[in-house]
Design a protein around this ligand. Structure first.
Ligand SMILES: [Zn+2]
Ligand SMILES: [Zn+2]
Length: 329
């Protein structure tokens, strides 16, 4: 099979011809239809995530068809469309697994990081962590739901009763979360890089109450802010715009250092928190909700061998919505 592999962080991905993997007990062989390009993949390629299993095939927003079942797999049949997310395996017995917080599992393994991912024609996944997906529709449009949508949904759920929601970094996750937030009757305020008029216009087209650059002051005090951009200076900026009892949620896996800030902007029971990974329950909830909204993704498709270009454009902020690798026509 053809795959894009990362041999060493800092190097571009390399197109390789590899043997088709075989599904072991409890696993499925999946013929990949499409795989989203997530900012986490960029952090992986740039060496910002510790201890990847090198060489690694990145990609954890995988939409594909079941090609073969390993022994003991129940609940899936050949030909069925499935989604494979970031959470690839958990131990089931650590303190966090026991508490229903498998996203924090001490021994978790992640797709496209410690488990070979979806920048390939085929991949193998533990069936217990796969989701059923709608049979109809373009797989490219579905792929961003598997991480941008899922992690965005988990971040949004941390904002609980927030009616006015700030969203920092208006990319793949934000454009999905914005639709869910509106569906839930919330207002959203979009913050982009300075001068990024295209992203601000995109946010307005999705119903933003206001869109501007991150160093601007929104017209209203916000109840919560979700930060999807990996820039630590956004944390104190967001804190200054949320009211008492509000929450700033950092949704990325990596962020530059957060600069020092005065205690007065945290006072009043304001909270800063991160969101890590996902649970299978998040996936079931969000994938059930998405068709009701209905979530429509803005995608830009690339063939497998142009994965480096997709990553470069994501790094430069040149994408509207999400980049997705299309493996089959
Ligand atoms: Zn565990
Ligand atoms: Zn991701």
């Amino acid at each position: 099979m053809r795959a894009m592999i990362l041999e060493r962080p800092g190097l571009p991905l390399r197109l390789a011809e590899l043997p088709q993997p075989e599904p072991g007990a409890g696993a499925m062989l999946i013929e990949v239809e499409a795989c989203g390009v997530c900012r986490t993949d960029l952090h992986l390629v740039d060496g910002e995530l510790p201890h990847p299993a090198l060489p690694i095939i990145p990609g954890h927003e995988i939409v594909g068809r079941v090609k073969a079942l390993g022994s003991g797999v129940a609940g899936f049949r050949p030909g069925e469309r499935v989604g494979i997310p970031w959470l690839g395996w958990t131990c089931g017995h650590c303190r966090f697994c026991a508490e229903g917080r498998e996203n924090l599992c001490d021994n978790a393994r992640f797709t496209g990081y410690q488990i070979q991912g979806g920048y390939a024609e085929y991949t193998v996944a533990d069936a217990r962590y796969c989701f059923s997906l709608p049979e109809a529709g373009d797989p490219v449009a579905l792929a961003p739901l598997l991480c941008a949508g899922l992690i965005g949904y988990r971040a949004l759920s941390m904002a609980q009763g927030a009616r006015r929601l700030g969203i920092y970094g208006f990319g793949a996750a934000a454009h999905i979360v914005a639709q869910v937030a509106r569906f839930q009757g919330r207002e959203f305020y979009a913050f982009t890089r300075a001068g990024d008029a295209a992203s601000q216009e995109f946010a307005r087209s999705l119903g933003a109450a206001w869109a501007g650059s991150a160093d601007e002051t929104p017209p209203q005090l916000l109840d919560a802010a979700l930060i999807f951009a990996p820039a630590g200076q956004l944390v104190p900026q967001a804190l200054r715009h949320i009211g008492k009892g509000g929450c700033v949620v950092c949704a990325g896996i990596h962020m530059s250092d957060i600069p020092a800030f005065p205690y007065s902007i945290l006072w009043g029971e304001r909270v800063i928190r991160s969101v890590a990974n996902l649970t299978r329950r998040d996936g079931d909830e969000f994938l059930g909700l998405a068709p009701q909204v209905p979530v429509r993704t803005e995608v830009q498709a690339f063939p497998l061998e142009r994965a480096n270009e997709a990553l470069a454009r994501l790094r430069r902020g040149e994408l509207q919505g999400a980049a997705v690798l299309r493996l089959r026509a």
